[in-house]
Design a protein around this ligand. Structure first.
Ligand SMILES: C[S@@+](CC[C@H](N)C(=O)[O-])C[C@H]1O[C@@H](n2cnc3c(N)ncnc32)[C@H](O)[C@@H]1O
Length: 300
């Protein structure tokens, strides 16, 4: 099936202003995606600058490389998890950087490809791995964890009110045959949720999909680990921008920034996170839940 290879960067102008880059700076884009934000940043960095782009998804990385081919800036493309930023920068012999961008979650390019198994709308294999070299997929979790473990994942990573019921239904369903597709998962969740609660603003399986995606990719763990390392590698005056798409991520960023500000490492620029304006959410539905937090590294 042909697939659009696009992704509209969220809050692009605010991110660019937030990063406050100058020609010749070094920027780490820890979630390079299709390089939407990075392309704008590359124009500022210029031929003396260095763009270090990281992504767990090798197909996104290849597209980013193509999308950035016309920009005159030094570029490094790293297929890895941003949680390893320390090691990545050491391998590149980079001590300090001037900016770090983390635009969390997945891109439209990944979401809209049914074969990746991220989408509730499109039927496909139950995969959800950002890094296709990882061993564990959503299929493995859904079909092999105990009922209790499933319920914990749904509660912890999906904040799903019906976590017990959904876990029980999944276990009953997979006793008949393995749950292999996104459609089978979303149908099982629909059946588990009491009829009078099925009519919500969002699809009733949204929280379940979020929960398994976070668990498969260990997303919150990556974010927790990375924030300290990123900030430690920022030069004084360097900026970090983080865009999150749900409250679990945003809470981690808020608390980490607050703690690092108390420790004298950071000056938090956004006391409240920036949100996209109405015009942006009108043109880019995916932006509706985005929150951008920005902080600046203090002098040592
Ligand atoms: C929202 S998209 C970024 C889009 C990008 N800013 C753009 O404008 O094209 C998030 C990207 O980050 C990647 N990603 C998510 N978590 C990651 C992690 N822990 N380490 C590395 N890449 C990650 C995903 O594979 C995806 O390509």
């Amino acid at each position: 099936m042909s697939q659009e290879q696009t992704h509209i960067p969220v809050m692009s102008k605010e991110v660019l202003e937030g990063l406050n880059l100058k020609p010749g700076d070094v920027l780490v884009d820890g979630t390079l995606g299709l390089a939407g934000h990075a392309s704008e940043a590359a124009k500022i960095l210029g031929p003396e600058g260095w763009l270090i782009g990281i992504d767990r998804d090798s197909s996104s990385l290849s597209l980013a490389e193509k999308n950035l081919s016309e920009f005159f800036v030094k570029k490094s493309f790293i297929h890895s998890d941003f949680r390893y930023i320390e090691q990545i920068l050491s391998d590149l012999n980079v001590d300090k950087v001037n900016g770090v961008l983390l635009d969390l979650g997945i891109s439209s390019f990944q979401l809209d490809n049914p074969d990746r198994g991220f989408s509730i709308r499109l039927n496909g294999p139950l995969d959800m791995r950002m890094d296709q070299e990882n061993f564990i997929s959503a299929y493995d979790l859904v079909n092999s964890l105990s009922e209790r473990e499933l319920a914990i994942i749904l509660k912890k990573y999906g904040e799903e009110r019906w976590h017990y019921r959904i876990a029980r239904f999944l276990v009953e369903e997979r006793a008949k045959h393995p749950i292999e597709t996104t459609r089978e998962l979303s149908h099982a969740v629909l059946r588990a949720i009491p009829a009078h609660n099925r009519h919500q603003k969002i699809h009733p399986a949204t929280r379940t999909f979020q929960a398994f995606r976070i668990a498969v990719n260990r997303e919150l763990e990556s974010l927790e680990m990375a924030l300290d390392h990123c900030v430690r590698r920022l030069a004084p005056g360097g900026r970090i921008c983080v865009i999150s798409f749900h409250s679990l991520e945003d809470r981690i960023v808020k608390h980490k920034f607050r703690q690092m500000a108390k420790d004298g490492l950071l000056n938090v620029i956004t006391k409240k996170p920036f949100r996209p304006n109405d015009e942006e959410t009108l043109h880019n539905f995916r932006a509706r839940s985005a929150r951008l937090r920005i902080a600046e590294r203090e002098e040592e």
